[in-house]
Design a protein around this ligand. Structure first.
Ligand code: FAD
Length: 318
């Protein structure tokens, strides 16, 4: 892999990188961020990721995480990026899926993670091998669902484990009770954090958290925030994952064609949503960065450097 993290972080292995936000932690807002990256496929993506990491690391994320291609398609690239991030001094979680893989192979990867210093895993089932929307069938010798994977990981080593949650229900869940039963199974198996699918409606997210609490789930539930790079792409992905696009959001992007304007509106939209989440008491935020620093960087900086910033536009994100 050509990705050079040492360069990205200014060659400061194991130390806080240069250009760090200068205020001490105690003077900053108590908000904590985590950033999700995916392993790049080719050189152009390497450079984009390197610069995203270089720009976002100074925000001192709680952790960064690296996705894993369902069925193991990114196994080596995920591990190599995770190892590089750990060496740079960042706390890093490796994603791991069990779909389409026999148990012994999943166990082997988990043992390799542990041997390489990985202590935090985002444990997932993964989408069906034929793609989102097709019928899911567990591997005959595999872990069938994420809760089985969590139990197996806990047997292998004392990993910190995060799992996925779905404020609008996973497309395969039969009901909301079914959704929460599954989430509880994952937490009971040993997960200590839930990171959610993106959701543009904070009322829906808050309602989900309240239902989870009522179901006896007490671990932190962290909202996943997806930046809007292209509204059409986000709308397509949202429809495949059954995430709703509220009318106000659709209307906001309806007539914008200029890419600069899209970026400006996307940043403002994301900031408003996160400010509203903060007002509701949510302090931990997980950003699906898509390997780009913007608009995540702008939003995090605004929150850290202007803690008194309030959400001026009522209704957005609700
Ligand atoms: P599960 O928790 O196993 O649930 C999947 C569905 O199965 C649910 O509808 C559940 O109700 C149902 N179910 C559970 N147990 C049973 C049972 N015993 N019988 C019948 N039904 C059951 N995908 C990747 O490929 N790589 C990644 O790196 C990745 N990272 C992600 C990170 C986050 C934060 C999120 C939210 C998603 C991520 N995904 C990733 C996508 C995820 O793999 C898919 O959403 C997948 O379809 C479900 O995974 P899960 O772990 O939520 O599955």
């Amino acid at each position: 892999m050509t990705f050079v993290l040492d360069d990205a972080l200014g060659g400061q292995h194991g130390h806080a990188p240069r250009n760090i936000v200068s205020k001490p932690r105690s003077e900053r807002s108590r908000m904590r961020f985590s950033f999700e990256f995916f392993p790049p496929k080719h050189r152009a993506q390497d450079e984009q990721l390197s610069s995203a990491i270089a720009e976002l690391s100074p925000l001192q994320p709680l952790f960064v995480s690296v996705t894993y291609g369902a069925g193991g398609s990114t196994r080596e690239r995920t591990l190599s990026l995770v190892t590089a991030l750990l060496w740079s001094g960042l706390r890093c979680a490796a994603h791991l899926t069990c779909v389409g893989t026999p148990r012994y192979a999943v166990n082997e990867i988990a043992r390799r993670y542990w041997a390489d210093g990985v202590r935090h895993i985002v444990a997932l089932r993964g989408d069906p091998v034929e793609g989102i929307g097709s019928r899911y069938a567990p591997h005959p010798d595999g872990y069938a669902y994420a809760n089985d994977l969590v139990s197996a990981l806990k047997r292998i080593a004392d990993f910190e484990i995060s799992v996925a949650g779905y404020p609008e229900r996973h497309p395969e869940s039969l009901s909301f009770d079914d959704e929460l039963d599954n989430l509880k199974r994952k937490v009971d198996a040993g997960a200590s954090r839930v990171i959610t699918q993106f959701c543009f409606q904070n009322d829906v997210f808050e309602d989900y958290v309240e239902r989870a609490r009522a179901a006896g789930i007490s671990v932190p539930i962290v909202p996943g925030i997806l930046p809007i790079g292209s509204f059409e792409q986000v709308a397509k992905f949202a429809s495949r994952t059954r995430v709703s696009i509220p009318n106000w959001l659709r209307a906001r992007f309806a007539d914008i064609v200029d890419p600069e304007t899209v970026r400006a509106v996307a940043t403002e939209t994301m900031l408003e949503q996160v400010l509203d989440l903060r007002e509701r008491g949510f302090r931990d935020i997980h950003f699906y960065t898509m390997n780009r620093s913007e608009p995540t960087l702008a939003v995090c900086r605004a929150l850290l450097e202007a803690p008194a910033l309030a959400n001026a536009v009522s209704g957005v994100g609700r």
